[in-house]
Design a protein around this ligand. Structure first.
Ligand SMILES: [Zn+2]
Length: 422
């Protein structure tokens, strides 16, 4: 099938808007959304009132900072206090199409309108086209993922096989029987299907395009999926609460933010927006008229860039998932995360174990990267690679201490914060 999966847009006018047009567009839906929640979502009205705000105070994306972030971890309590949705659903319960329950527990409503998960743009940019037959292998049981994605694919014009999780051999049989061109699910399950089909000697699976998520996609795995198996593989980022907020285009250089979400990267402690390029918590406000999450703190860490993407889309891009916000440590005003320690260690060869120790000298925070090296590794070369890597990855100056094997306990914390405050 000769189909151009790399060019084209789902909604060109919107995806290529100028920055000022995007601001106007988002300010417009934000105003309507805030007015709606003031009238119909008592939970949201309580949040505004507690902050001393009226709808007219939250007229554009910049004004949102006046509203404290609502943490995902607060949701179970808020919902228990005002069941089932915490007062955040704008629609009478009987008018909903579905009600989901995610771990927490957190209850999520699916409204009468189609496509509130906002996944269509991302699926199209990731190479899905009308006429694709798609095996959708995320769960359909209780949680929203399967149903919401299924609906987005149908809005694009794909035929969906709602196969859900597991049943490797049955999935292979189905993919071949219906000539499935698309796959949705985790990257590891996609690889399992492709490899098992090889072992079963049933011939190559017909997949041409895949949207994967819910776990990391190492570039080495993507290369195998694309080069060995010919499956164009892209990722999206979303959660049950806020839907899909970011997606990869053909360039696979970060995830474009959807225009139906106002995404801010914020200080996980104060909620204040951080400058572009800094690591912080992803805080989203989404244009979902049934379940409008406004200034919702996902607890996920990310970095955003405003640099232009060669694909022609003008939205900012999220540079991957960088861990959980409750694992960050603030050093000299910058957040550092355990994953960054691994990222630094990977820049030198021969590092067996690594750990960052945060201390205090006078009124200054100190950052020391301790590493254990494999036998025969040159200490000078490791040091020469690691010192600039600390600056590059953590945006901080730090020293490197090479310690004898066995010094860092296998169960030791990646970031050992030894500062005492009194
Ligand atoms: Zn792009």
């Amino acid at each position: 099938m000769a189909m151009d999966r790399k060019r084209g847009y789902y909604d060109e006018a919107r995806e290529t808007m100028s920055a000022s047009a995007r601001r106007r567009y988002q300010a417009e839906w934000l105003r309507e959304l805030v007015d709606l929640t003031w009238e119909k979502a008592p939970g949201m009205r309580r949040r505004l009132e507690a902050a001393g705000l009226a709808p007219s105070d939250v007229k554009d994306p910049d004004a949102l900072v006046r509203l404290p972030v609502m943490k995902k971890s607060q949701m179970p309590d808020l919902q228990r206090a005002d069941p089932p949705f915490g007062g955040f659903c704008t629609v009478p319960i009987g008018k909903l199409r579905r009600i989901f329950r995610s771990p927490g527990p957190i209850y999520e409503p699916m409204g009468p309108e189609a496509g509130a998960f906002h996944a269509e743009t991302g699926y199209y940019a990731g190479g899905f086209r009308p006429g694709d037959v798609v095996l959708q292998t995320f769960a359909y049981h209780l949680v929203p993922a399967g149903h919401e994605i299924d609906e987005s694919l149908q809005v694009i014009g794909c035929a969906v096989v709602p196969s859900g999780t597991g049943n490797t051999e049955t999935q292979i049989e189905i993919a071949r029987a219906v000539a499935a061109t698309g796959f949705v699910g985790t990257p590891s399950f996609l690889m399992t299907l492709l490899q098992r089909a090889e072992e079963m000697k049933v011939g190559r699976l017909p997949f041409e395009v895949a949207q994967v998520g819910a776990e990391a996609l190492p570039e080495s795995l993507r290369r195998r999926l694309e080069e060995d198996y010919g499956v164009m593989t892209r990722q999206g980022f979303g959660t049950a609460d806020i839907g899909m907020v970011a997606y990869e285009c053909a360039e696979k250089a970060g995830m474009h933010l959807v225009d139906e979400a106002i995404v801010q990267v914020c200080d996980p402690q104060t909620g204040a927006p951080l400058a572009s390029g800094q690591i912080g918590e992803l805080v989203a406000t989404v244009h979902n008229r049934t379940y409008p999450m406004i200034r919702f703190g996902t607890g996920d860490l990310t970095v955003i860039t405003d640099e232009r993407c060669p694909c022609g889309r003008t939205s900012s891009r999220m540079l991957g998932w960088r861990g959980r916000a409750d694992e960050v440590t603030k050093v000299r005003g910058m957040f550092i995360h355990p994953r960054q320690v691994d990222e630094v260690a990977a820049r030198a060869s021969g590092v067996e174990r690594s750990q960052v120790v945060v201390g205090r000298e006078g009124h200054q925070d100190t950052l020391t990267l301790r590493v254990e090296l494999a036998a025969g590794t040159a200490a000078d070369a490791a040091r020469a690679a690691l010192e600039p890597a600390i600056r590059d990855v953590m945006k901080l100056r730090g020293s490197v201490e090479i310690v004898p094997p066995g010094t860092i306990d296998a169960a030791a914390k990646k970031i050992d914060d030894r500062r005492t405050w009194d």
